[in-house]
Design a protein around this ligand. Structure first.
Ligand SMILES: C[S@@+](CC[C@H](N)C(=O)[O-])C[C@H]1O[C@@H](n2cnc3c(N)ncnc32)[C@H](O)[C@@H]1O
Length: 265
C-alpha cells in the first residue's frame, strides 16, 4: 500500500569494492542532483589501470566515485565539482570508504586546483542541450555538448605530467563527417600525433537523451560514446587505436572485462 511504503532519498551502489551513495536514480529538477552510477561509471572505473600514481585528479567528480577508486592506488587525489551537493556527497563517500587521502574541492574544473597530476579521470556533462548551460546539471555539455570536454582536453598539456595518463568518459557528439581525433587535435593545438590513444568508444547513431528538456535532434551518424584513454608517447611518435569493438565490455557479473593497457600489443 502506498501510504505504508518507506523509500530512501538516496541510492547506494557497490562499485569495485566501494560503496557509493548518490541521489535517487530518477530525474528531479528540484535539486542539482548528484549523478547515480550508470554503466558508464563502471566502464570508466574498470578501464583505469590501477598502478601506483602520485596524484590523481577527477574532474566533475559527482559522488566522488572515480576519485575514491583512484585513492586506492594514488598517493593523493583531488576531486572537483561545481555542485556543492556533489562535494558533500563525495566527502560522505570518502568517510564511508575510509579514504583519508582524497580531497574534494568546489571548483570549476581545474580553476581552484593548483599543480598537476599523473592520473586524470573525467566523466563530464556531455549532452548537447539548448535548455541548460554547460554544468548547470550533471548532463548538459552546452549547445554542442562539448564545452566541458573541450576545456578538459585543452588543459592536458599543462595539468598532466609527462608520464601521466588520462581517461575521459563521454558522449562524443561529433558533427557529421568528423571524428573524435579531429576535435582532440584541434583542442590540443595540432599535437594529437604526440599522444598514444586507446579509443574505447563505439558508434551511437541512435543515442537517446533521456534527461534534457530539449534534446539534440539532428544527424548523429558520427556520434560515439565511451572512454578515450591517452598518454604522451615517450618518443613523440603517437598513435590512435580503436579498441572498443561494439562496446561490449562487461563480464557476466557486471564488472568491466578489460583494462586500458597501453603496453599490451
Ligand atoms: C556526468 S556527471 C559525473 C559524475 C561522476 N564523476 C560519475 O562518473 O559518476 C558530471 C559531473 O560534473 C559536474 N560538473 C559540471 N560542470 C562542472 C564544472 N564546470 N567543473 C567541475 N564539475 C562540473 C557536475 O556537477 C556532475 O557532478
Amino acid at each position: 500500500m502506498q501510504d505504508k511504503t518507506v523509500q530512501s532519498n538516496l541510492c547506494m551502489f557497490p562499485c569495485y569494492g566501494l560503496y557509493i551513495a548518490t541521489d535517487r536514480a530518477d530525474k528531479n529538477t528540484a535539486i542539482n542532483q548528484v549523478m547515480w552510477l550508470w554503466p558508464e561509471s563502471y566502464l570508466l572505473g574498470g578501464l583505469v589501470k590501477r598502478t601506483p600514481r602520485r596524484r590523481g585528479f577527477d574532474m566533475g567528480t559527482g559522488s566522488g566515485v572515480h576519485a575514491l577508486l583512484a585513492s586506492r592506488h594514488c598517493h593523493e587525489v583531488v576531486g572537483a565539482d561545481v555542485n556543492p551537493r556533489a562535494i558533500e556527497f563525495s566527502r560522505f563517500n570518502a568517510a564511508l570508504n575510509n579514504a583519508t587521502n582524497a580531497e574534494f574541492v568546489l571548483s570549476d574544473l581545474f580553476n581552484s586546483i593548483e599543480s598537476t597530476c599523473d592520473l586524470l579521470t573525467a566523466n563530464p556533462p556531455y549532452a548537447p542541450d539548448s535548455a541548460a548551460r554547460a554544468g548547470d546539471n550533471f548532463w548538459s555539455g552546452g549547445i554542442e555538448g562539448t564545452e566541458l570536454l573541450r576545456r578538459i582536453v585543452e588543459a592536458i598539456p599543462s595539468r598532466v605530467d609527462v608520464d601521466g595518463t588520462v581517461h575521459i568518459n563521454a558522449l562524443f557528439p561529433n558533427p557529421p563527417g568528423t571524428t573524435i581525433k579531429d576535435h582532440f587535435d584541434r583542442w590540443l593545438v595540432g599535437t594529437i600525433g604526440q599522444y598514444e590513444v586507446l579509443d574505447h568508444t563505439w558508434s551511437v547513431p541512435r543515442y537517446d537523451d533521456l534527461l534534457s528538456e530539449k534534446p539534440f535532434e539532428g544527424d548523429k551518424s558520427a556520434w560515439r560514446f565511451g572512454v578515450v584513454s591517452l598518454r604522451r608517447a615517450p618518443n613523440g611518435a603517437g598513435w590512435w587505436r580503436e579498441v572498443a569493438g561494439r562496446g561490449l565490455f562487461f563480464s557476466a557479473e557486471g564488472s568491466c572485462s578489460m583494462v586500458a593497457d597501453f603496453d599490451q600489443r
